[in-house]
Design a protein around this ligand. Sequence first.
Ligand code: ADP
Length: 653
Amino acid sequence: MTRSAADDFKLLVEAIADPLVACDGQERIVHLTPPAERLLGWTNEELRGRPFTLLVPQRLHHVDGCPLFHYLLDRQPLRGGCPMLLPLQRRGGEELLLEVTAGRAGQDEHQRLVLSLRRVPESPSFTPEPFAQDVSLQLWHDGHASATRPFSAADRLYQAIIENAPLGILHFDKTPVITLCNDYFVRIIGSSKRLLIGLNLLTLRDEQIMSCVRATLTGQHTYYEGNYASVTAQKVTPVRVHFAPCYDEHGQLNGGIGIIEDVTVQRRMEEERATQSALVDTLLRTAPIGMAFLDSHLRYVRVNDMLARMNGKPADEHIGCRPREILGPGGTKLEQVLQDVLETGKPLEHLEMNSRDFYEDGPVHHWASSLYPVRGKDGRLLGIGAIVEDITERKAAEQERARLYREAQEAIRVRDDFLTVASHELKTPLTPLSLRLASLERRLEQGEPADPSSLRHARQHLLRLTALINDLLDASRIESGGLALHPQPTRLDALTEHVIRVTEGTHGAEHRIAFHPSSTPLQVLGDPYRLEQVIANLLENALKYSPDGGTIDVALEPRDELALLSVRDPGIGIPADQQQHLFERYFRARNVSTHSYGGLGLGLYICRDIVERHGGRIWVESEVGRGSTFYVALPTLQQKQGSLEQASEHSVH
Ligand code: ADP
């Protein structure tokens, strides 16, 4: 062949994409195409002129007693040109499983033997040859197989296990090129087996994987977890990989394996779990009710914001602590209750506690707790769940409701009592009045003169009736906005004296009324009619509640800028606990009913209203069985001037 013809041949073979190895008739290598150089790890220059067997594992130099190349050439036509599976040796000794097609061209010294190589595709296009099964299996043995080694049942089992393992498995040599992988790995990566076998792991884009492989080739076990992005399949797969080094029979590291787990489902489950957990977490944290979980040693494991607020400590500070460490000595009581729940395994609901169980001071808070055992799926007791509700407001509302109910009941009772008393009081003067009038009528019919004492008595009963009705009207006026007042400068001493005179005239002789006037005249700005009503009422009560007669002392004296009127009687007195209620509407002291004195319980109520609207004050000092003294203090005219002028604008008519 001329030089130009050789160049042409070279150009021709280099244009072929599949790796080619060309040899001369003596099976010496003449040329390697660049893909073949890359595949086998040798350069053209290094191999030119060297025997073809350099590329063939020792055990396959002869097959069936025939040199390998000749065996291939002889078999090729019989196989109809189908490729055969043959392991070739890369530089360094690693074996590479390839589909090969052998061809021959030229004669004698120009004879060329050509071997076309192809990586093993996913669907093999070769038919098994004796060496094909032998070489494919030797890879499962980490390169330790020999030509003499039989293809055992154990080998088949081993292969079956790897092919059917629910994990991706790959083997790589020292270079590190993938020499073998199972279908699961192919599925995970999403490439074809043909592309994966022979792929150099150091050409991957993922630096993390590459550093794992490098470390594995120094004898370490390495682990990778991440999203593997396949360049060829445009596919991203979340994977977890364990890389382990492999050794030959001399203990020399000759590559490694990778065990790949597709963690897509786990990832999805983890994400779902994380979402669920975030959801539960948010619910727990923001729930408007206190919640906690304590482990079986009664230590807080989770505490939500609301409970943390109730306990007055941040949620984080609870974790790992027992209740007594958070709530102080009072927490011991709670721990006992929690321990009971743990021991009995029975929930405890609506347990009421209040802040006094834990703290001595501070505002009182009430809580209702439900404590229940929490078990795992296997029924094992994990701890206690606690739900705590702040029921302070509810309690307060309940108490308020109870108070209002009591008051309403009391008001109904008072009203009923009043109606009974009022009807009785109104009826009492009617009977004698009617009798007096009947007797008067009889006398007049019989032509007898009218008895003036009968007429006087009849008139007194009428006056009594009128007074009762006036009291009722006054009380209702007070309730609906106040009595009409017509203030004017009034001499209190003269007014008192007048009332005493009138009273003496209408009452029997069993009482004496002693008046102790002030040394100087006392003038107030007031409604004389209403002030007279006050003095008369006090005087009448003094007489009424002093059944054994005696002296009623009425005194009037100046006290600073006040006029102080007192009415003292030697009567039945008023129990101490009743005195504060005397001036309430319808109130009648307990000891009155036992003595059966008539009255509606309105007089003092009206008195207080009149006195207070004059800017004054009314009160009593009394002792049961020894009598009572009622006091009325009114501002004298000079003092009163200013305040009454103000008050008169809206309350004086
Ligand atoms: P009434 O006398 O019509 O019952 P009052 O309002 O005038 O109503 O008095 C209220 C209550 O105060 C009386 O029912 C009585 O129990 C008590 N009270 C008033 N004055 C005296 C008094 N001088 N001595 C004892 N108790 C009195």
